[in-house]
Write a protein that binds this ligand. Sequence first.
Ligand code: DMJ
Length: 581
Amino acid sequence: MSFQLPRNIPNFSDGIRKVENITWQGFKGGSDLPLYKDKPWASPLRRPRFYRRKRSYLILLLLTSIVLFFRPWVTIASRARRLRPPQKVVYGDSWEDRREQIRQSFVSSWDAYSRDAWGMDEYHPLTSSGRNMVHDGMGWIIVDALDTLMIMNLTTQLEAAREWVDTKLSYDKDHNVNVFETTIRMLGGLLSAHYLSKDDLYLEKATDLGNRLVGAYDSASGIPYASVNLQTGQGEPSHVDGGASSTSEATTVQLEMKYLSKLTGEAIYWKKAEKVIQVVESNKAEAGLLPIFVHPTTGAFRGSEIRLGSRGDSYYEYLLKQYLQTNKKEIVYKDMYAEAMLGVRKHLLKYSNPNKLAFIAELPQGIGGPLSPKMDHLVCFMGGNLALGATEGKTAVQAKSRGWTGQMEMDLLLGGQITESCFQMYNTTATGLAPEIVYFNMEQDDGTEDMSINERDAHNLQRPETIESLFVMWRITGDPKYREWGWQIFQAFEKWTKLESGAYASVSDVTRIPPPPRNNMESFWLAETLKYLYLLFSPIDLLPLTDVVFNTEAHPLPRFDMEPLFQTGWARKTDDVKSTT
Ligand code: DMJ
């Protein structure tokens, strides 16, 4: 089997290609990427001065030990973490060495999965077993990882994966599946694999799957039902939440459906997906901030809860990326995105004490209600998203040379601040791994800890969002601290999530040494976390942000011209928009 690499995908004929020196326009201190050993070990994080002093550090350690000795009742609940400097750099590792180490982690994860659970939808690394979500499986792990195999040039593994897709994968299943997850992981994975390889097999499978998914949109409003039966195409409302769909799920299918239309020339996928945004927009949500549930029957929101974490997150991501996907022609999405980001600043953006870490809070009762200082790790995509919105994929230096506004500057700055807060979610735990959720400290006088972790939220599912933002921030700013932070996080994954078998597992408590492993490896570990890490240490012309959009599962799709076949089929009625400005 052979596959053709599109522009900007390096063909690694001799195994791993060397990372060449890349000229970074306007890069401080020279035109080449700096060597790692030239970098100071500590980045200029805001942190108490005593952390910089070794002697004081020892005193602090001693005092902490005494306090802990006399306070055995200290429990995990509400455990707070102080900021600390990033770990010392291990000198001698070059960027390409590091990239190769990440590639080896992928190989190790893949080999373990192949050995223990080949073809299965779930992988249970502790019991060396797997499970299918539907009869004979739907390619959950294999399809999600196809493009990572291509990007990492793992040709032998790719051959086996393609063979499985060709001979075993069928979506003709009398089974309800989640519309959003199936779209972002399976449809997105197949489309991206086709984009990178031009192999028709993947497009055939994608088209078949797309045809099975469109039935989900046949609700009274056009909002997709939460699930769909892949054989009958019958949509199925959620069994909880009054039958409402998650807002982020309904509004995070557009990149995939529109690209499928572009490839096949069939307008149906485009129209179905586009209609969803028109319906949610017609609710005229205040400040562009959407409640997290929407009814497929009426198209109205359910409840008033607002957050950029679970059930809200990728709506804001896909507004921006829809605008970018069709080469910045669909201004409607740019407007909605800009309105929402102003809404985020006005209603959700807060800074913690004592170190003023930026975070995006939640409004459990909507605008006007009390604010919760809770932030899901899921929100961490926002750092990179804000930067991407500011420069539209160019480097900051390129973007600043023409039409740069104060708003863009502020968005880029905020993107960096959110990314730093997300890095601190890792940097402040005992394991160096982030928990699923943190609570930021907003009290003025209770100012020693910036964030705390509840026992129920202390797990780590190997999620990608912080790495994703580090990758985007690195590409846009060229600041090597983002690579250093990514490397530190990778090392924590290596240290605490790798099993003797070579598999990698989620962990149930990032505040415990060692963190207890969970019998689970999510497909996004291969599809997203390791891919974004690999790209963080790759040349910047590999999948340039000016040419591609990554779907929310990290599957790269090309930007394209929608004309002449397609156009935006709707417009905002702006006269009654409740603006935040
Ligand atoms: C992935 O499936 C996607 O990134 C999605 O947008 C959010 N949840 C997981 C990763 O955390």
